[in-house]
Design a protein around this ligand. Structure first.
Ligand SMILES: [Zn+2]
Length: 398
């Protein structure tokens, strides 16, 4: 049976109050004081804010520790990426975690917080094999009506340095991964050209997208950006490549940054940033003003890397705004657009937004303005996914 909702008295992005009629998964009509027929469920939002569904374009839902009690955070020494990775792999073995259970836990929490889209990087290594992919695929299937999910086959422990990993990545793609990931081609794999040739070779062979973790600093990271752009152009993958973190964009001189911005634009390469507290990060407003598509995400939540990240994308916007030194409402709202429209574009979500005809992926939340919702982080009053009510008062209904 089709679900029909009349959502009364919502203020899209804090604007003028209206009613929305949701039919067959879409926003069918927007007008004040509509009269519902008897097959329509009526919900009154009492002039609360209406936002489009929040987009977490960079998650790791396969390895959180949610529901397990507090994990005492201890950073490994030294603090290189590979030390965190080794620490995580060791703890994962000791705790005997179920990817299926943990990923479902995170998805439920995200739904309750108004997230309607998640791109998640899923660990593939020669210890775990494809167990994480299989667990997350089962979770994607379970929640397919409530969450749009993309999987990135991700060589978290390195690719070339761990023989057998490339074959596993290829298997993961055959199982249904949407993107191929990569990781610090110089500092982890010690061979940036070969690393990126393998990653882009898989993308080309299987017609999938690329999303690469790049933490490498300064000119080393910038050189990787150049290599990524070169391969994007050579394979005609414009608009289908994302680079995540890209700390180097916040570390190089102006002239070099301008050259890289030109490369990003020419090749329509997207940038994912979450304003990680440990490093410089890309100048987001400058990239946006130049025309680069930006998205953000949670990264790993309640994992072995650190305690700060949250599945709540409004909280991410708040952290990011703080990290950017933003104070004006319009600056906060720019970051909210990164966590909504930017992420939706990167994930190729068609018909996304609050206009009539868009998919009814919606969040109703208290607040006078979007900036107030970001600062107060109140429980989400209603969350809709494809026109279906999936959370209310901060509780997931699925
Ligand atoms: Zn990540």
């Amino acid at each position: 049976m089709t679900e029909r909702y009349l959502l009364r008295n919502v203020r899209p992005m804090g604007g003028i109050s209206t009613d929305l009629l949701l039919v067959d998964g879409y926003i069918a009509k927007s007008a004040p004081s509509m009269i519902p027929d008897e097959s329509t469920t009526v919900l009154d939002a009492h002039n609360q804010l209406l936002l489009p569904g929040l987009v977490n374009a960079h998650a790791h839902i396969d390895k959180n520790l949610l529901g397990l009690g507090w994990h005492k955070n201890q950073t490994p020494e030294p603090r290189r990426i590979r030390d965190y990775v080794d620490n995580e792999r060791r703890l994962r073995r000791e705790l005997d975690l179920s990817t299926r259970t943990q990923s479902a836990h995170e998805v439920r929490s995200a739904i309750a917080a108004g997230v309607t889209h998640i791109r998640t990087h899923v660990d593939i290594d020669t210890d775990a094999g494809l167990a994480h992919v299989e667990g997350v695929m089962a979770t994607r299937e379970e929640f397919k009506a409530a969450m749009t999910m993309q999987l990135v086959a991700f060589p978290q422990s390195g690719m070339l340095v761990r023989p057998g990993t490339v074959a596993l990545l290829e298997e993961a793609i055959k199982l249904g991964a949407d993107c191929i990931g990569g990781l610090d081609p110089s500092t982890v794999d010690r061979d940036p050209v070969r690393h990126l040739d393998v990653v882009f070779g898989l993308a080309d062979r299987y017609g999938i997208e690329v999303d690469i973790h790049l933490h490498e600093p300064g000119t080393l990271g910038a050189f990787a950006v150049e290599l990524i752009a070169e391969r994007t152009r050579a394979l005609g993958l414009q608009g289908r490549v994302t680079i995540s973190h890209v700390f180097c964009l916040g570390m190089i001189d102006d002239a070099y940054l301008n050259r890289l911005i030109d490369l990003l634009l020419e090749n329509q390469i997207n940038i994912m940033s979450l304003g990680s507290g440990v490093s410089e990060f890309p100048p987001l407003k400058r990239l946006h003003d130049a025309g680069v598509t930006l998205c953000t995400g949670s990264d790993g939540v309640r994992d072995t890397w650190g305690p700060y990240n949250s599945f709540d994308m409004l909280e991410r916007v708040k952290f990011l705004g703080y990290r950017c030194g933003f104070r004006k409402d319009e600056e906060v709202e720019f970051l909210l657009s990164v966590a909504t429209h930017g992420g939706a574009k990167v994930m190729g979500a068609a018909d996304y937004g609050l206009a009539v005809g868009c998919r009814a992926d919606l969040v109703v939340v208290p607040g006078d303005t979007p900036t107030q919702a970001v600062m107060d982080l109140p429980p989400r009053t209603y969350v809709f996914k494809a026109g279906r009510l999936v959370a209310t008062e901060g509780r997931c209904l699925v």
